[in-house]
Design a protein around this ligand. Sequence first.
Ligand code: HEC
Length: 129
Amino acid sequence: MRITGRRVLVFIVLASALGLGFSNLGMKEIAASEKGGDPVSGREIYVNTCIRCHGIDGKGTLGIKLVPPPADLTSLTVQSRLDGTLFRRIHEGKPNTAMGAWKHSLSDEEIWDVLAYVRTLGVERGEQP
Ligand code: HEC
């Protein structure tokens, strides 16, 4: 065996360093916003990370006591905001609320995906502006 485990490790480290280099160019965010997020993978992210506060239908969870309460994602107030505004809210979170910054655990592409799913919550109630 000429390829040792150590060499494979070095290769993986180099490859991921290159990958990070590319995402730092900021091209990914632009590319993702142009093609639009994927609501199907966004739904999976929503169920795993957002549902415990925003509820299955996006209107908030009964019994959860947060001040301020989670935003009603189906509301016209939220749905009428621009994609960029909502992206930033999810990316950066909102200071002094339970809405944290998801940029640490979700990639830009995943945020566009979950945002695409959030858009479908408004459509279901026919409140899309
Ligand atoms: C720990 C609870 C919690 C979790 C988890 C959470 N949120 Fe929130 N979210 C909040 C609260 C509270 C607010 C309301 C902040 C305010 O008063 O403006 C909010 C606000 C928002 C808004 C802004 C609405 C507006 O007013 O424009 C969006 C969009 C949003 N959340 C999406 C998400 C998404 C997507 C996820 C999952 C990645 C998520 N949230 C996870 C608690 C949460």
